[in-house]
Design a protein around this ligand. Structure first.
Ligand SMILES: NC(=O)c1ccc[n+]([C@@H]2O[C@H](COP(=O)([O-])OP(=O)(O)OC[C@H]3O[C@@H](n4cnc5c(N)ncnc54)[C@H](OP(=O)(O)O)[C@@H]3O)[C@@H](O)[C@H]2O)c1
Length: 306
């Protein structure tokens, strides 16, 4: 599996991350086979969050993978906190520290490689986050830090207080949810495509060497379903199938190769729990679409150019 550097960290990671949000749809023995397949394929970066399955995904992961120090050395673990059931969001120092202890306990490990703040908290105090991160770093509980669903200004506000570099921003991004790319193509154009929904997060992350991890790389809307094989996206599916035939590949791999072709060096977080689809996804790391193919796919999804 090809690797990229995660942000400015020096940490080498596989170019495709395994998302664990849907892991609790598997039994323990199914999860064991799935996770072993991922590791055998070189996909040893796992993305969690304290809220996935209300903590059950992290617990199942640790059991299924047979977590011990030898296993831990072979994998890279990322998790997230900050979404608080019954309240909304909570980036207070106490809640971050308490959440990480819960994550480590469920994952049966004594450290996380990466901790992300899951969604912006309107009541966030940068100094409190800085104190929490400093304590987690000093104690060895967390090695690297990042955010998810954050705008450039929110990252700058946090980074003003936080001493550790924020190396990741995990954001929704797929062929069918590509406004962060579209707005960069419609600069100063008087149309819908020029609408900035994220404050120019793509260019900001590239300028600051923050790795963007696209989440839901095969979904459209907000968890409305996959565009692959969907009758809502006939043109896109036709183009993906045509290009897949050329590369003797699959629509899944081509859709992922579309993200991997972008020079920002994204690390997509895939959510499949199906071993065959996992293999197709991993094969995307070896594909390199032409410029013509990239724009053809982009337009086939209904994305526009000025
Ligand atoms: N930071 C955030 O706010 C945030 C939000 C959401 C998710 N995430 C992370 O991103 C990861 C991925 O999210 P996701 O699961 O929504 O991503 P996804 O990879 O776009 O979607 C996976 C789902 O689509 C199905 N699927 C994929 N290809 C398919 C096809 N060709 N036909 C039918 N079904 C297909 C999969 O089913 P099969 O299992 O059968 O393949 C699975 O249910 C999560 O695990 C989580 O780690 C982060």
């Amino acid at each position: 599996m090809k690797t990229i550097q995660l942000g400015t960290s020096g940490l080498k990671v596989p170019t495709i991350a395994i998302g664990c949000m849907r892991l609790n749809g598997l039994s323990e023995s199914e999860a064991e086979v799935f996770l072993r397949t991922a590791i055998d394929l070189g996909a040893n970066f796992f993305d969690h969050a304290d809220i996935y399955g209300k903590g059950e995904c992290e617990k199942l992961f640790a059991k299924a993978i047979g977590m011990n120090s030898a296993v831990r050395e072979k994998i890279i673990l990322q998790s997230k906190c900050g979404i608080r059931s019954g309240i909304g969001y909570d980036f207070s120092k106490e809640y971050i520290l308490e959440s990480v202890d819960g994550i480590l306990d469920r994952l049966n490990t004594d450290y996380l490689d990466v901790l992300l703040l899951h969604r912006p908290d309107a009541l966030m105090e940068p100094q409190e986050v800085a104190e929490a991160f400093a304590a987690l770093h000093q104690s060895g509980k967390v090695r690297h830090f990042g955010v998810s669903n954050h705008s450039p200004l929110q990252i700058q506000l946090l980074q003003k207080a936080v001493k550790q570099p924020l190396i990741v921003n995990q954001l929704q991004l797929s062929i069918a949810h590509a406004s962060m790319i579209t707005q960069g193509l419609h600069v100063n154009v008087d149309d819908e495509g020029a609408l900035s929904r994220d404050g120019g997060v793509l260019d900001f992350c590239r300028l600051n060497d923050i790795t963007i991890q696209p989440w839901s790389p095969f979904q459209y809307g907000f968890f409305q379903g996959t565009f692959l094989g969907s009758d809502k996206y006939p043109k896109l599916n036709e183009v993906l199938d045509t290009i897949a035939a050329k590369y003797q590949s699959t629509n899944t791999a081509i859709a992922l190769a579309w993200l991997l072709r972008h020079p920002a060096k994204f690390q997509p977080v895939i959510g499949t729990t199906n071993r065959q689809r996992l293999k197709e996804c991993v094969s995307a790391a070896d594909l390199y679409l032409t410029r013509e193919e990239w724009y053809r796919i982009y337009k086939a999804a209904g994305n526009t150019l000025p």
